[in-house]
Design a protein around this ligand. Structure first.
Ligand code: FES
Length: 487
């Protein structure tokens, strides 16, 4: 933990893939860097990702081309390809043992989708410069026939936590410092920028906020992206029974598949965060889908979930923070492609901070307004507005007695809503259910045992401790409710 005041060239908040890649590239260029994170290294969404390292854009090249033009789609393809290459270079340079492998990726049709989707995507991918993408009659799975598919060659996969553990060592080796268990309470722009961490401050000529969702921006970026939960299962398969490839279907939400050693990892069942009542069933549905295609799967050994920030125009926000001082940078909006977007952030932000130009600057500019995405923008924001009507509804249960050990529910108590969690020993823990970011009511996620905000991505553990921004404070204790009302 940080135990002194410190001045550095660049302070990075967040020790995930984006923060540590940025810190590493800047440290290698001679900058004095400090990284602060309230948890351990890779303790946020980077430890949840299935780490498909790919230039197959999951929103489709033909859609990206519609919003960003042919040149935009080409730059998107270039940047994701460059991210895969950069990861490979770093792995070699630093001799990182993280199971990095190059492999092919296959995009196949979801039930009910038509070959035409693949044909359109093939043409758009070729126009974006990915000339090696091919249309094939089936992916190489023996246990089920995918039907026609696109093959994206030369993709990558690795173990994200092993990669970041070594990247953290490399940052330190280059003279950088990493402070975990150090919560950034507040960020101030200006010269220098200031990051308040408890009793101490880190000042920096530049500040990078890489906290998955920015903790320093109250509104500007949050109206342009929306949080979605995604779910993952893992089960052993006999060696050689499933080919080592990445794979995705074209569904919405889509399924994604990879192999780690003899562990088959299948994900999907996404829904808008805090807006599904059947979170406990998502893993079972995923299992049914997977077993129909991979009947050789053993019993489930893993089941987990993570959050994705979907931007209105399919690409991450990376660059100077909108409406802020010039020296405050952000990265957010992973769009389900967090490993490549996080690595692109490292390359792009280090270029900007070092005063170099980058061909990707405009494409990822957090201030961009993509007019062609206006309909989606309006839809997502009216969905957020709708969430405030939660304050008018009843609780999930009438009384805390209805909450079983290990479960949580929202209670109504007068004008207040209470996020009540009963621990395995039967003790009840109550917090105010109003999200400290902008006041939406959090919802219980039974599958993940978290309180998820349906508005902009904040998440809290069962006891109300914040685990994902933009909220930067815990849920308030319920016994302070009268103070809150007075405020
Ligand atoms: Fe914005 Fe909760 S994340 S109100």
């Amino acid at each position: 933990p940080l135990q002194e005041n410190l001045h550095v060239d660049v302070c990075v908040i967040g020790a995930g893939i984006a923060g540590l890649t940025t810190a590493y590239l800047l440290a290698r260029s001679g900058k004095l860097v400090a990284v602060v994170d309230d948890g351990p290294v890779a303790g946020g969404m980077t430890q949840m990702t299935t780490a498909h390292i790919t230039n197959m854009l999951d929103d489709r090249y033909f859609e990206v081309e519609k919003l960003h033009g042919r040149e935009g789609a080409r730059l998107a393809a270039d940047s994701h390809t460059a991210a895969i290459d950069r990861i490979e270079t770093i792995v070699k340079q630093e001799n990182i043992d993280c199971d990095f492998t190059r492999l092919d990726g296959y995009l196949f049709l979801a039930d009910g989708d038509k070959r035409e989707t693949l044909e359109r995507e093939l043409e758009a991918a070729h126009r974006a410069g990915l000339r090696a993408v091919q249309l094939l009659e089936r992916a190489p799975f023996r246990s089920f026939d995918t039907g026609p598919c696109l093959r994206f060659p030369n993709q990558g996969q690795f173990h994200p936590v092993k990669y970041l553990a070594s990247l953290a060592q490399a940052v330190k080796h280059e003279g950088g410092r990493i402070f975990t268990g150090s919560h950034a309470d507040r960020v101030e722009g200006g010269v220098p920028g200031v990051v308040h961490v408890g009793k101490h401050v880190v000042t920096g000529d530049a500040i990078v906020v890489a906290t998955n969702v920015p903790i320093n921006d109250r509104v500007a970026i949050h109206t342009k992206q929306a949080p979605y939960m995604t779910y993952v299962i893992g089960a052993r398969v006999p060696r050689g029974a499933v080919p080592r490839v990445l794979s995705w279907d074209t569904g919405d939400p889509y399924h994604y598949i990879r192999l780690y050693d003899d562990l088959l990892i299948v994900g999907g069942e996404d829904h808008k965060s805090g807006q599904a009542t059947d979170t406990a069933e998502r893993h079972s549905r995923l299992e049914v889908w997977a077993r129909a295609r991979f009947p050789m799967m053993g019993p489930l050994e893993f089941a987990w979930g993570g959050q994705i920030m979907e931007t209105q125009d399919y690409l991450a926000f990376i660059g100077r923070n909108p409406m802020d001082h010039e020296n405050i940078y952000v990265v957010t909006g992973d769009s389900g492609m967090g490993i490549t977007h996080g690595t692109i952030a490292g390359m792009l932000l280090s270029d900007l901070i070092l005063g170099r130009t980058s061909p990707w600057e405009a494409l990822y500019d957090p201030s961009r307004v993509t007019l062609r995405a206006a309909a989606d923008f309006a839809r997502e924001n009216s969905n957020v507005a709708l969430q405030y009507t939660d304050w008018l509804t009843a609780g999930d249960v009438k009384s805390a007695d209805e909450i079983a050990p290990g479960d949580g529910a929202i209670l109504r108590r007068g004008l207040e809503k209470i996020a009540a969690y009963r621990d395995e020993q039967g003790r009840l823990h109550e917090r105010l259910a109003g999200c400290p970011h902008l006041g939406c009511v959090v919802h219980w996620n039974r599958s993940e045992s978290t309180w998820d905000c349906p508005c902009h991505g904040s998440r809290f553990d069962p006891y109300g401790k914040v685990i994902n921004g933009p909220a930067n404070k815990d849920l308030a204790p319920a016994d302070r409710s009268h103070e809150q009302r007075a405020a």
